[in-house]
Write a protein that binds this ligand. Structure first.
Ligand code: NAP
Length: 345
């Protein structure tokens, strides 16, 4: 019989439940055998739904359990570093949702632990790399057909944020996706970055900056401009255009269907062309999450990880640290990483 990877999930919130459903229903070669969460009832509820074991709030016990071969970390951002380290202490496979940690220094510890083990065991949930739109953009850029990339113009807009969200989380939790996808698209590394405060939206009523404009310059001299709105009042809107020497590539909108009609209740005689904008990240990248977890399981079963590594998680966090440190200074901050170890080349 084919091998089936036995997974334990830490954190049964929005994405934890979604990944659990995904692994149980969609991903071949894997099954969830156990779940845990800071709130025992959340773990119990998910476990009951699938008839699997709940470790309640004993996340550490779940990591150590001999039946659990791989750990998926979907708890809140500040918990990622500790759970990754505990999973590595057991020398188990680990899929950690973004960000790998809250800062570059904590990621460094993870890298050092992997180096000590001598094997890549950690994959970071940078699922955009598995999105068909981004993948096709990268294929065209890498082909060289439209010349070298020069500039990226992007935006990341979220509808709203939960309690406790802070200005710096616009980088560590939100723009971390941009910090990963831009260097991946360009095959380039950051030289320096800057976060600029611009005119604030009337939706900014909870004490955090919104919008923030994030600027990145790469070692090859590309310029990247990302508008980040964490409360845009209308939808989850992700856009990206890469300007190359002889053309541009642009991320397609997720819906292909354009509606042309006279909207009901509209008293104007003029018809309109419209396309829905999603409000939920779960829908926008649903296919990318499916492909990401299928690819992760296949690579684990093959014994060699191929997806975004602890190094990628580290670089994004180091750039994020510089981005946050630059806020209010009107100056670019250098992105200074350690030398890339052989394991990640
Ligand atoms: P969420 O709905 O708040 O779920 C997080 C869960 O973790 C909650 O049940 C929370 O319990 C629990 N938790 C809190 N502290 C914990 C601890 N010390 N140990 C174990 N569990 C703990 O958040 P979410 O939206 O699912 O996000 C979870 C993670 O996934 C975040 O790191 C986020 O950045 C990441 N994420 C990634 C993507 C992506 O696009 N790749 C999308 C969404 C989320 P309480 O409710 O009591 O806090």
């Amino acid at each position: 019989m084919d091998k089936v990877l036995k997974i334990g999930i830490i954190g049964c919130g929005a994405i934890g439940k979604d990944h659990c459903r995904r692994i149980m229903d969609t991903v071949p070669g894997a099954t969830v055998v156990a779940v845990s969460d800071y709130v025992p009832a959340a773990a119990d509820e998910t476990a009951a739904k699938y008839g699997i074991r709940s470790f309640g709030s004993d996340c550490d016990g779940m990591i150590k359990d001999p039946e659990v071969e791989a750990v998926v970390i979907t708890s809140i951002d500040p918990t990622h570093h500790d759970y990754v380290m505990k999973t590595l202490a057991e020398k188990k496979w680990c899929f950690c949702e973004k960000p790998l940690s809250l800062n570059g220094k904590d990621c460094e510890e993870i890298i050092n632990k992997e180096l000590e083990i001598g094997k890549r065991l950690v994959q970071v949930g940078f699922m955009r790399r598995y999105d068909r739109g981004y993948a096709e953009m990268k294929r065209i850029i890498d082909s060289g057909e439209i010349g070298a990339p020069l500039v990226i113009k992007a935006c990341h807009r979220n509808v709203s944020q939960g309690p406790g969200f802070k200005t710096e989380n616009g980088v560590t939790n939100v723009a971390i996706h941009e910090l990963d996808i831009c260097r991946w698209l360009l095959g380039d590394e950051y030289e320096d970055v800057q976060c600029v405060k611009v005119r604030q939206s009337a939706n900014s009523t909870k004490g955090y900056d919104n919008p923030q404009v994030m600027l990145m310059r790469t070692k090859k001299g590309c310029f990247i401009d990302v508008e980040v709105q964490v409360a845009d009042g209308y939808g989850y809107d992700i856009q990206c255009e890469v300007v190359c020497e002889n053309g541009t590539v642009k991320l397609p909108d997720p819906y292909a269907v354009v509606r042309r009609s006279r909207p009901a209740g509209w008293d104007s005689l003029n018809p309109a062309e419209s396309m829905p904008i999603m409000t939920d990240w779960k829908e926008r990248f649903i296919e990318a999450y499916d492909i990401e977890l299928c690819a992760w399981v296949q690579s684990v079963l093959a014994g060699k990880l191929t997806g975004p590594s602890a190094w990628d998680g580290y670089v994004a966090c180091v750039a994020g640290d510089a981005m946050n440190a630059s806020r209010g200074t009107s100056q670019f901050r250098k992105v200074e990483t350690m030398e890339k170890p052989e394991l990640y080349k």
